[in-house]
Every structure is written in structure tokens, then in C-alpha cells.
Design a binder for this molecule. Structure first.
Ligand code: 5GP
Ligand code: ZN
Length: 120
């Protein structure tokens, strides 16, 4: 189900332009508007789920399709040899800003430590 006020639902609907790099019947991958790495692609489900927890519990098969699309884009972008990072920001502490599930696929250069701060 599409949520009219949701930015990524509007991109899926074609109402807001995006640079799409891969589309499947259930998923869409497009370039982040403010890239944090040489390759920064967002992979979303076409159906609206607020976050990866909701998706993973509500439709695990669809979560797998999202991962398959992310892996295919990683291959298309030449990231499989040197590696990449796949990230789901979730909720307030996770720094999520758009509440439509999306994986950040990041690569093309060394990405540094997993987090800006360590616990030490
Ligand atoms: P979050 O912080 O929710 O994990 O990530 C949201 C991401 O969406 C950010 O990296 C941001 O740059 C990206 N973004 C925000 N608005 C747009 C937009 O209109 N188009 C595209 N392609 N990306 C967007
Ligand atoms: Zn949505």
C-alpha cells in the first residue's frame, strides 16, 4: 500500500524524479540525492514499510528480495571485489530520516570505521 505523504512512496510512484539504477516487480534502487560515498544507492521496497524491523517481521520474503536487489546493484556498480557496506538506519538512535524502509548501499572507496564514535 502506498502512503501519499511518504517521500519514497512518491519516488516509487514516479511523482518525484530519481536516478533509478535497478527495478524489480517489488523493489527499486536509486541514487541518494546527497551521496556519502562514490557509490551511494538506496534500495527500497515498493510497498511501504516504515523500517527494516517492520519489513523483516511483516514480510521476510520481501526483505530477501530487497537484499537480492542490493546485491545485484553491488555487482552492477563493481563493488563485489573491494567490498561495500549495506546499512539500515532505524528509528531515532539509528538516525533514520525517511520512514520508508531503505538500505543504503555504500562503496567505491574505503568507508572507514563502522561508527564515528567507539565505545572506548
Ligand atoms: P536515512 O537518514 O533515513 O537513513 O536516509 C535518508 C536518505 O535519503 C539520506 O541519505 C538522504 O540523502 C536521502 N534523500 C532524501 N531526500 C531524497 C530525495 O528526494 N531523493 C533521493 N534520491 N534521496 C533522498
Ligand atoms: Zn513509503
Amino acid at each position: 500500500m502506498s502512503t501519499p505523504d511518504c517521500l519514497f512512496c512518491r519516488i516509487v510512484a514516479g511523482e518525484i524524479p530519481a536516478t533509478v539504477v535497478r527495478e524489480t516487480p517489488t523493489t527499486l534502487a536509486f541514487r541518494d540525492i546527497d551521496p556519502k560515498a562514490p557509490v551511494h544507492v538506496l534500495v527500497v521496497t515498493k510497498e511501504h514499510y516504515a523500517d527494516v524491523a517492520t519489513l523483516g517481521q511483516g514480510d521476510p520474503a520481501l526483505a530477501g528480495e530487497l537484499l537480492a536487489t542490493a546485491a545485484a546493484v553491488a555487482g552492477d556498480e563493481g563493488l563485489l571485489g573491494d567490498g561495500f557496506r549495506l546499512m539500515f538506519n532505524t528509528g531515532g538512535y539509528g538516525g533514520q530520516e525517511v520512514f520508508h524502509v531503505h538500505a543504503h548501499l555504500l562503496g567505491g572507496a574505503p568507508l572507514g570505521p563502522m561508527l564515528a564514535r567507539s565505545m572506548a
